[in-house]
Every structure is written in C-alpha cells, then in structure tokens.
Design a protein around this ligand. Sequence first.
Ligand code: WTA
Length: 630
Amino acid sequence: MTDKKLSGEVYYPSDEIVKNANVKNWDEVNNYALENYEGFWEDRANELSWFKKWDKVLDDSKKPFYKWFVGAKTNIAYNCLDAHVKTFRRNKLALIWEGEDGTKSNMSYYALHRETCRFANILKSLGVGKGDRVTIYMGRIPEIVTAMLACARIGAIHSVVYGGFSVEALHERLEDSQSKVLIVADGAYQRGKIVRLKDIADEALRRAATVEHVLVVKRTGHEINMESGRDMWYHELMNLPIADHGCAIEEMDAEDPLFMLYTSGTTGKPKAILHTHGGYMVGTYATLKYVFDIKEEDRYWCAADPGWITGHSYIVYGPLLNGTTSFIYEGAPNFPYPNRWWQMIERYGINLFYTAPTAIRGLMRWGNAWVNRHNLSSLRLLGSVGEPINPEAWKWYYEVVGNSKCPIMDTWWQTETGMFMITPMPCVPLKPGSGTRPFPGIEMDVVNEEGESVKPNEEGFLIIKTPWPAMVRTIYNDDDRYVDQYWGKFEGVYLTGDSAKKDEDGYFWVIGRVDDVIKVSGYRLGTAEIESALVSHDAVAEAAAIGMPHDVKGNVIYTYVILRSGIAPSDKLREELKKHVGHEVGPIAKPERIEFVDSLPKTRSGKIMRRVLKAKALGVDPGNISTLEE
Ligand code: WTA
C-alpha cells in the first residue's frame, strides 16, 4: 500500500484485509509488471495448463493485430474443467443455481465436466466442428454454461445473444455469424412471467437462412412450436447413446477464436468482437484472481447475465479457471420481493458479490430495511461494473450491504478488453466513484484531440497504450472496421470511446461514452440499432436516438421521429412505436420518450447531430454548431 497521502475522500483498507489479500502490495506488483510486462503475463500463463507452451509471449509485428502466447496449444475448457477434475476440486461445487421460481440445482466440477462433454458430443453429432459458429439464446440457466463450454471443447465459436434481445437483434446476429446451430431455451422466467424465447427465435429464423439445427432446452415447459427436421429437444438427445461422457478435447492454437460477442459501437450494426483461447484465458484468470482475491473456500456471485461480456469473463470463464464455486440466479432482483438478492446471499453464504450500479441504485430505492433483514456477514468483497458508480450509491453499497468492511472493486472494462483494465485490488485505497488505477503493467491515459496528455482533473479521451492478453483480436469478418474504430484516431493507441479524468494521484474517473453508444441500466446499446428499428416501422421516415441521464438507469433513450407524409402523430402511434422497438431489438431498447418532429439537425453532409438534440433536451448550450445544415 502506498504511504503517500491521497487527495479527496479516501477509504483505506484495514490491516486485516491487506494481511489476507492475495496481493498485499500493489505498487510492488505494478512496478514489476511495468518493468517486465511480458514476464508478468508469462508467469500468470504458467499457472495454467498448456498442451504446448509458447515460442513467444507477445508478437507485435503486425500492429494492431497483436498475438499472445504465439505457437502455444491449449483449450480454455481444459483449464476450466479437466484440470480441476484431476485434483481435489473434482468434488467441489462449480455451480450453485437458483431459478426465479425457487428451483435449485448444484453441479460439482465433475458433473459440469460430464455434462459439458455430453453436450459437446451432441453438437458433434449435428456436424459442428472446429471453427463453426453456434448461437446460444437462453436465460440464466446452467445449460447456458454447459453450451458455451461444449462449444469451446470442440473448437466451435460460440456467439451468445442476450436473452433480453428480441427478433431483429437475434436475426442480425445469426445472419452475420452464419451460425449452423442455434441453441435456445423454450422460455425464461422473468419477474414471474415467461419470456417466450423459442417464439422469438422462430420469428428470427424466418428471417435468417443459415441455421440447420435448433436445439431446444426445456426450462419453462410451455407449449412451443417444434419444426420437424430442424428442431430437437436437448433432453431427448441427452438420453441417446451419442450423449456419451467421453469427449476428446480439441487442441487449439492460443490464437484460435473462442467466441464472438456482438456489441454496439459508433454507427451501423452491432459488430462481433472476437476473443481467443489463449490470451483471453490468461487475462480473465489472472484479473479475477487478483482483484476478487479468490480463495479456495469462497462462494462467488456475479449477478450479470452470461449474454454480456461480464457474464462471459466473470460468470463463466474467470471463475471456472480459478476453480471457484459460482452462484447463478435466474430472475429479477426484486421478485417476489426486494429482498430476493439479500436472501440468497445469506442462504448460500456468498463471499464475493459483483453487480452493476443500476442494480444498486434500484435496490437502494427500496430502503435499508430489506437489506437489514438478512445476515450478510459472509460478504468479504463487493464489485461494481458497467457504468460509473455515483458516490451516493457507492456509499450505500459499502455501508448498508457491505457493513463498512468490504472493499468495493469498481472495475472499468469493455467487451473489447475482455478483462478488467482499470480496477482496484483489496489492498488499494479507494475513492468512491473511481476505479483507481490500471491493472498492473497496463498503461492508460487521458488525452485531448491532439493525443496529448491533459492536466490532472481535466476531461479527455480515455486511451490504452499497452496491448493486453485478453484484448479483442478483430471484428469478425471486418478487420478494417477494427483498425478504424479502435486504432484510427491516435497512432498506436487504443481508443476506448469513453471520456475520463485522471486526478493528481493518478486515479481515473470515467465519465461516460463519447460516441454513439448508450448505456441503459448498464446494457450497451447503439443509437443506430434503435433508429433502424424505428425506421423499419411503416409510419416512420427518419429517426434519431440519444441517451439522457436517469437516476436509476444511468441513461434512458429519447427519440425524435419524422413520420412519413400523410401519417398523423398520436399517442397511440407513440405506444405502438415503443412496442415495435421492444419487439425488434428488445425491451431494454424501448425509448423512454418519442417526440414527433418535422426535421432533425444535420450536418451539411447529412449526418444527424445528436449532440444538438441532447443539448436541447438538457436545456443547455449546444456549443459549436457551425457545421449545422442551415
Ligand atoms: C462503461 C462492460 C464506468 C464504459 C464490462 C465502457 C464503466 C462500457 C465501468 C463498456 C465502470 C464499464 N465505470 N464506466 N466501472 N465499466 N463501463 O462493453 O462506458 O458492455 O466503455 O462492457 O461500459 O461496456 P461493455
């Protein structure tokens, strides 16, 4: 721990926390990693199993197409399962699961390995092999984990689509990934209701052509359509001899793709971020171990959804690589009552708890009594991710949930980074609202338009200067867009798309997105997706979407719509358009407000100036509008 007195409001870790932490002296680790960056990551990689070790840790000869652990052979699924099954962890719980309806199930590492192998054999029998894309569309049930690991095991590339997305979002992702197989659940429980996932998938499949087989996992058991020759029940196939326990693991090159995950960026369709078996494995393993201070006896709960990067890295891969016991809960935090989460933390004795500011603010609104009814003394560490956490929510989380004894790991990272990038560790002094400093060895900065470092506490573009093992390798099928979007603005550095400040202690304060991405309740959406959903409605000629600040959700979506000539604006149409966006993209993308307008502010080249719309909605000065059309 640093002896220097830090500025502002600082929460110093107790001696007890420092004494028991995996990393006791952050500066020492950081200094080592700065001096010996490749060696630092090589040490982490050496803690995992490889079929063949690397010839080179980092190859930067084709920047920005960096390669990590060049020449090595591994499989992330081996390190998640096979490696543990050979040790005492064979009988340790890998997953504890609770359904929203109260259904419970557990799986040991042995069982998870077995179920994954059986699932992998089913996929193989459907002709899925190395490099094939498989789309997964389910709620938070154990099968989403086995499906992902089964793909990894046989070298197939999984593309998980969040269960809260809807028809067009799923269609677009199926089409772009050219998936052969879709794994879907019949439905998902959410706030006491059934989300009819298979119906949504049927509609998406009518728009997409490449899917040959649909594997259907039974969760809700309601009546669904099963198309003969295309759709098969997972549980029926699991009863056949093909679903055998034995399944050879594919030896993957460290740089072979593990998964693609669609995310929103600047303009246009969502893009598929590609991650690999080797670097991603080392990155997620090491960051979770250091930051969440994983202990053998811990029970860890990341309350995100496996359909987003947080779930990929820190529900599925990171925890399993560390041999941790993870808890997964299917449903809503306030169902049937606002104490559901706290009840489960108490029941399962959760030690490490990781969620998003929006959830914290939502639960905070229900009042302390719901939390105080439960004994949460098992908690040792808390985490936050997805958007900036306001100091008020931070303090509530710290004092009421953590009983003023659990450090909060405010982790800044992205789908593209794959792993935590700006993050404290338990031994690091905290400032509410700051993720503190970059992970050891990683150099980041805040710069101005010219790419020069700004002064302390001045706002600028957040950039990353060092390559890191879990970094995005490319955008699937679009190398040019990868180079353009992330490496195009400043020579040789990665552009995050966020604005931030760095204070006099070197602590980073992330402010938010400066591109066309809107974070709604921590979910990442693009203005383009919402706009194209609106325009796909017969009544709409043009549309613009912006993010507006909101107390609980962080941001909500405001839209401006020009109707086709002859169509009259009405409240009924407004409701219909909201529903339409929900049906096409998903309920999370529903605009909070739709305003009918006659024109939109545009540049002379025809680009919508969302900045001007936002300024108007906020009632502030729009700044420089010299490029405005008229
Ligand atoms: C935002 C989520 C402030 C940020 C893991 C980033 C955060 C975007 C934080 C990536 C945090 C994530 N503090 N902002 N701790 N964590 N963000 O790809 O704007 O869904 O660029 O990955 O979330 O969102 P994504």
